[in-house]
Design a protein around this ligand. Structure first.
Ligand code: C5P
Length: 237
């Protein structure tokens, strides 16, 4: 799959999401979009099917995290949607990934399973408190989770681009790296703590950047998307 910008469709309803997508009507190819919990819980699987039927590449970001049997069942239930990427929390552990992978084994075009390492909204104190990571740096936590997830059958990794650089050095470039927490220069970080510009993400070796508010809240979403895409792809559009 070619590197690209993925737009986070963080909207409360299907109507708002379609109205937003109208801004991109003039593009030859549909943009890659991410459906997260907010929109999926409001609009449901039928909305995702419609996006796919219209030709949108879809990243379904449900960050599954439960016992292996339950996650395998959830992945099985999502199979019919035909999504291109699906997230699971890496801290769910080895068996959870193995069972999720097993559940999609028989698909002709299975989704890329992505392991979410440390949320980009965590400050260092917040991460230490929530993940009991007092004795480890954020890089060590991300690396440990990523290695475990990849060896258990996960295809790619979600992390902040800041840790992405470390992952490329320690684990290499054999897996797709997907990074949210992206902010073009001069745009507010909002609740994101570990942010990187689109251009720096490319230099680090990130394959896909996930961008929400800098595009969804822009006065002109198409121009914002096009500028971010130009910076990220650096002429390889
Ligand atoms: O608006 P913003 O660009 O901050 O949106 C980032 C998107 O990426 C959100 O949809 C958020 O759920 C998602 N995400 C994240 N950090 C992760 C994984 C996903 O911010 N580690």
């Amino acid at each position: 799959m070619k590197s690209d910008v993925i737009i986070a469709l963080d909207f409360p309803s299907e109507e708002k999401a379609w109205a937003f997508l109208d801004h991109f009507k003039s593009l030859e190819e549909k943009p890659f979009v991410k459906v997260g919990m907010e929109l999926f819980y409001a609009a449901g699987p039928e909305f995702v099917k419609k996006l796919k039927a219209e030709g949108y590449p879809v990243f379904l970001d449900l960050k599954l995290h439960d016992i292996p049997n339950t996650v395998a069942g959830a992945v099985n239930s999502l199979k019919g949607l035909g999504v291109d990427m699906l997230t699971l929390h890496a801290s769910g552990g080895r068996e959870m990934f193995a069972r999720a992978k097993e559940a999609i084994n028989d698909m002709e075009h299975p989704p890329i399973l992505l392991g979410v390492t440390v949320l980009t909204s965590f400050s260092d104190e917040g991460r230490k408190e929530a993940l009991l990571g007092e004795n480890h740096s954020v890089e060590e936590t991300v690396e440990g989770l990523a290695k475990m997830a990849l060896s258990a059958g996960c295809d790619g990794i979600v992390s902040s681009a800041m840790e992405g650089e470390y992952l490329r050095k320690t684990i290499g470039s054999s897996f797709p790296l997907v990074c949210p927490g992206i902010r073009p220069k001069g745009v507010s970080a909002g609740d994101q703590k570990r942010v990187v510009t689109p251009e720096d993400a490319r230099k680090i070796g990130v394959d896909f950047i996930v961008v929400g508010r800098p595009i969804t809240k822009a006065d002109d979403p198409l121009s914002a998307y096009s500028a971010i895409r130009r910076d990220f792809l650096g002429g390889n559009e």
